[in-house]
Design a protein around this ligand. Structure first.
Ligand SMILES: NC(=O)c1ccc[n+]([C@@H]2O[C@H](COP(=O)([O-])OP(=O)(O)OC[C@H]3O[C@@H](n4cnc5c(N)ncnc54)[C@H](OP(=O)(O)O)[C@@H]3O)[C@@H](O)[C@H]2O)c1
Length: 258
């Protein structure tokens, strides 16, 4: 059976660990070449070494929140890939706080990384993909982008904004053969959970108790694994999903079904 992403090249942000790394691994298994982006060069190289040689895996250390560095990174990805068929906007940060505790600089930091950088990267990729007469963009959003949530208003707002960008860009670019969709995971087993635990600790909530409480609200009784998110990303990046545009696909183990 032929692999589902054979011959395709993909740029994946936040690809050194967590969901982004799982996506990169599944993409390589399905025949894609992958260009991995994160801030920590050493972690990136470790990740790349697990995936394949430099013909298959490229790396670029960059803070996507730095607009100039982001642009340079995209040009490097174009040069490495030739045709860049797939963009996965996965890099994101979580910052949880009660509503009135967020500082404005924290608001700006979350919005810069979770929304502004994605907006710019989508613009750059869309221009490139229009020349190719097609492409796929997969944004990693969150159930926080679809529903209300306590003590993470700014993160929640950033993911709502990301979903809005996804729908509008999908509408304008579907006629050019560019399929743009988002995945909205619920709770996923990654380092990001540490951020929830730290925030809860400031309110005197124990991390183990928090975890049990969250799991009790997930109908399948457990967190999602990064690979489960990656499987959806593979499908959205493949020609099997040529008919998909502007869809926000939730994977949450049944938590928030609506
Ligand atoms: N985990 C969850 O429960 C969950 C649920 C819903 C949605 N999500 C979303 O899924 C995405 C991935 O989350 P995750 O849980 O896999 O996170 P993670 O384990 O914290 O990994 C984040 C990845 O992004 C990179 N990164 C962070 N900030 C960056 C920046 N400014 N520039 C470039 N790279 C950056 C990190 O590497 P460096 O630190 O080296 O830069 C790392 O590779 C995020 O958009 C998140 O909002 C996660």
């Amino acid at each position: 059976m032929s692999r589902r992403l054979e011959g395709l090249s993909a740029l994946i942000t936040g690809a050194s660990r967590g969901i982004g790394f799982a996506i990169a691994r599944e993409f390589v298994e399905q025949g894609a070449r992958v260009f991995l982006v994160a801030r920590d060069q050493a972690r990136l190289e470790q990740a790349a070494a697990q995936l394949g040689d430099s013909a298959v895996v490229g790396t670029y250390a960059c803070d996507v929140g730095d607009a100039i560095a982001l642009e340079e990174m995209f040009r490097a990805a174009e040069e490495w890939a030739g045709d860049l068929d797939v963009l996965v906007n996965n890099a994101g940060i979580h910052l949880g706080k009660p509503f009135t505790d967020y500082r404005l600089d924290e608001f700006d930091r979350v919005m810069n990384i979770n929304v502004r950088s994605v907006f710019r990267l989508m613009q750059l990729a869309i221009v490139h993909m229009r020349q190719l007469q097609g492409g796929k963009i997969v944004n990693v959003s969150s159930t926080a982008g679809r529903f209300e949530s306590a003590n993470q208003a700014v993160y929640n707002a950033s993911k709502h904004a990301l979903n809005g960008l996804t729908l509008c860009a999908a509408l304008e670019n579907a006629p050019y053969g560019i399929n743009i969709n988002a995945i909205c995971p619920g709770m996923v087993n990654t380092d990001m959970w540490d951020s929830f635990v730290k925030e809860a600790a400031t309110r005197g909530v124990n991390g183990d108790m928090l975890r049990k409480g969250v799991e009790a609200r997930i109908p399948i009784g457990r967190f999602i694994e990064p690979e489960e998110v990656a499987h959806i990303a593979v499908w959205l990046a493949s020609h099997e999903a040529d008919g998909m545009a502007g869809q926000l696909i939730t994977i949450s183990g049944g938590m928030r079904m609506g």
